[in-house]
Design a protein around this ligand. Structure first.
Ligand SMILES: Nc1ncnc2c1ncn2[C@@H]1O[C@H](COP(=O)(O)OP(=O)(O)OP(=O)(O)O)[C@@H](O)[C@H]1O
Length: 292
């Protein structure tokens, strides 16, 4: 469904570099990383809003430079910018933008509007941030896309709708024919939903692949600090010492055995991010020490 081959894109001083990844049909992929890591840039490349400087982006086995219209027809994109007509009501927005998608079904839009508690006669410009996102989500679903690309969709949703929304995503992929790519700061959504993960840091992918492999490749090891330090130094990404013991993110190898007094569990994406930030801060401090 998605194939990225060594994709790079420069934006000013920022560069998204050498991203390779593939996502088959029937899965949800989460994109995670701190502010400015490159998540939105990657989504723009996937949606055809940016062309890569080098490498190839293939969606449904097609390339944007030759088969853009074909790709767009099966793509449902919800980015943070609202691209609808502010002065038109929700039904009319559907009538207008629906003409660009062969799969658009008005009855479906009306039914989603009811389900999401949005009145079809309201003007799009009068909706709140969260309602605008809800509407755009309802609209793209009514176009029957094969791939959903969503940037930070749940940040403005209330708790109840967030639950419904995550359920809808799971239903969307349930027939094994469709996929979702979702960039978010809500790591628990990724931990709960995603089958694939792209973790970005400063434009590089630290991990890109199946969640199962992610959970296989890293461990959170807890116990006495000196026992953790006996592990291969190269494998310890970051360690945190507390009064009653220590905790570290370590690279895990299939053959690795840990001291019986240490506990080793697969990390959540949230823990992974926490320890990577710690490693980054330590790296920065060391750098400052060297140059001062
Ligand atoms: N048009 C542009 N010109 C120059 N730099 C840009 C442009 N768009 C984005 N950037 C820079 O690229 C970097 C990555 O931005 P991007 O929006 O992809 O990050 P992000 O991971 O989505 O961040 P956030 O979590 O804050 O939304 C940032 O440093 C940003 O300032």
């Amino acid at each position: 469904m998605i194939q990225l081959d060594k994709v790079s894109k420069k934006l000013g001083i920022f560069e998204l570099k050498d991203i390779s990844f593939s996502l088959p049909a029937g899965y949800i992929c989460g994109i995670a990383g701190r502010n400015g890591a490159g998540k939105t840039t990657l989504l723009h490349l996937l949606s055809g809003l940016y062309q890569p400087d080098s490498g190839a982006v293939m969606i449904f086995d097609s390339r944007y430079d030759t088969q853009e219209k074909q790709i767009h027809d099966s793509l449902g994109v919800v980015l943070n910018e609202d691209l609808m007509m502010k002065h038109l009501n929700l039904e009319k927005n559907g009538d207008y933008f629906g003409t660009y998608y062969s799969g658009y079904q008005k009855e479906q839009l009306i039914s989603y509007l009811k389900q999401f508690g949005l009145e079809k006669n309201r003007k799009f410009g009068k909706l709140s941030k969260g309602e605008k996102l809800k509407y755009q989500f309802a609209f793209v679903l009514s176009c029957n896309p094969k791939l959903l690309i969503l940037d930070e969709p749940t940040a403005n949703f209330d708790v109840e709708f967030r639950k419904d929304f995550l359920k809808l995503l799971q239903e969307f992929i349930a027939d094994g024919q469709k996929s979702v790519v979702l960039a978010t700061h809500l790591m628990e959504d990724i931990d709960r939903l995603a089958d694939y993960l792209i973790y970005l840091e400063d434009g590089r992918s630290i991990f890109a692949g199946q969640m199962e492999d992610f959970r296989e490749q890293y461990r959170i090891v807890s116990g006495e600090a000196y026992k953790i330090k006996l592990l291969d130094r190269e494998d310890i990404i970051a360690m945190e010492q507390k009064k009653y013991g220590a905790k570290a993110l370590v690279r895990h190898h299939g053959y690795q055995h840990y001291d019986a007094e240490l506990t080793a569990t697969a990390p959540t994406v949230e823990e992974f991010m926490y320890f990577l930030s710690k490693a980054k801060t330590a790296e920065r401090r060391n750098y400052e020490k060297v140059i001062h």
